[in-house]
Design a binder for this molecule. Structure first.
Ligand SMILES: Cc1ncc(COP(=O)(O)O)c(C=O)c1O
Length: 409
């Protein structure tokens, strides 16, 4: 059913407030449809999307390739239980192993599930090869998911008390502090886990020397290196996988978001020697289900066909240039990131206000903290889209500067 007009929207919003369990503050609008770089709400207002479903809709909204594969596969086979192999599962695993340099894949539905799988595999490795070692070291400001284990892995101090007791077996050290890392590594350590560009932490790139040193230490100590590429993977940073920027490979890599183009899908990849699970150690009702597998296969093939990693690099450089052009006028600081995972800091803590004002003007952006604005548009973004985004952003920053902004959404 298509709802139009303010009345229907307010009716929907009151229903939402009655029935949806509160977990997030959401603006007073209801999203209805999407196409390419745009989404429309129930009042037919159009929004240019520079979040891309949280770095998810890499091919844009409702791309033809996903419409086709979803309808074809749905008519063919949707779910046959994880007890059986299915054709798209095998083809998708083949594709991922071919392009990633890993030999084994486990499929899940969410990023947190992929990270849970990585945590389990690292602990299994510890129990089999490191005398029962189970500790995983992560970095402060990291984000690894919202299940209890991945919350404990996440390097947010606040989260360690939330839903306490937190899961034991995680240590957090400051990013780039090799001394702290060396102190944290002990006989119980089985793995180090990190994002190569911290996404939710505010788009913080990890130095190449630090990553190389981590690889060296892991090799020396016989512990696993896990890269959480849930946000950085599938072309987002200008390479298919962010680890390619660093010239070293982890032992385990997790993917989600872009891998399904908006369909809930994730993967954990590892090397042949870490094919260590016994039957039943890891699984799930939806692991490797044909519908998701067919979608993932089509999405990743399309990313390759359109050479979107290179496109992301080019468009990202163009966007960086445009931000630098207006940097002085608006006092923007620390413009940063790689490919289409970019951010900048505001001179004042007005992130939430800027996001709300941009939304009113038909632009979706994100503020991971009060000082920071993050941009992660679909990988298909064009220069014209970037020009439009910059025009709206500057207009909104002018309004805020002149105290003309009065939020209504
Ligand atoms: C780096 C990283 N890891 C894990 C996750 C969790 O993924 P999901 O929300 O699909 O569980 C996210 C989500 O934002 C992420 O950015």
């Amino acid at each position: 059913m298509i709802f139009e007009g303010k009345q229907e929207t307010s009716a929907l919003l009151s229903e939402a407030e009655r029935s949806i369990l509160f977990t997030a503050k959401r603006p007073q609008l209801v999203m209805e449809r999407g196409e390419g770089m745009y989404v429309w709400d129930t009042e037919d207002r159009r929004y240019l999307d520079f979040i891309g479903g949280w770095a998810v809709t890499c091919l844009g909204h409702s791309p033809q390739v996903m419409i086709d594969v979803l309808s074809q596969q749905a008519a063919h086979l949707i779910n046959v239980s994880p007890a059986f192999y299915n054709r798209p599962m095998i083809e998708f695993a083949n594709l991922l192993t071919r392009i990633s340099g890993f030999q084994r894949v486990f499929f899940g539905s969410t990023g947190a599930e992929a990270n849970e799988s990585a945590i389990k595999l690292a602990r299994k490795y510890g129990s089999l090869h490191k005398g029962g070692a189970y500790e995983i070291i992560t970095t402060t400001n990291s984000f690894h998911g919202r299940t209890l284990a991945t919350m404990s892995a996440t390097g947010k101090a606040k989260w360690q008390q939330l839903f306490s007791p937190s899961m034991p077996g995680f240590k957090h050290v400051p990013l780039h502090d090799m001394n702290a890392m060396s102190e944290a590594i002990g006989p119980q350590t089985c793995a180090i886990m990190l994002e190569l560009i911290q996404g939710e932490g505010g788009v913080n790139e990890v130095d190449a020397d630090y990553v190389k040193e981590l690889r060296r230490r892991c090799d020396d100590e016989g512990i696993l290196l896990i890269f959480d590429e849930i946000q950085t993977g599938i072309g987002r940073t200008g390479k298919m996988f962010a680890y390619e920027h660093y010239g070293i490979q982890p032992d385990i890599m997790t993917l989600a978001k872009g891998i399904g183009g908006g369909f809930p899908l994730s993967a954990m990849l590892t090397k042949e020697i870490y094919n260590l699970f016994d039957a039943g150690d890891q699984g799930g009702t939806y692991t490797g289900q044909p519908l998701g597998m067919a979608v993932g296969l089509a999405v990743v093939n399309e990313v390759i066909r359109l050479n979107l990693p290179q496109h992301a690099e080019e468009q990202g450089n163009y966007l960086l240039g445009k931000l630098r052009d207006v940097q002085q006028t608006y006092g923007l600081q620390n413009i940063r990131g790689k490919g289409l995972m970019l951010a900048f800091d505001l001179p004042e803590p007005l992130g939430a206000e800027l996001v709300a004002a941009c939304l009113e003007e038909g632009l979706i952006i994100n503020s991971p903290n009060a000082h920071t604005i993050r941009l992660m548009p679909p990988l298909i973004v064009s220069k014209a889209n970037i020009d439009d985004m910059i025009t709206i952003l500057c207009h909104v920053m002018d309004r805020i500067r002149n105290n003309e902004h009065n939020p209504t959404l």
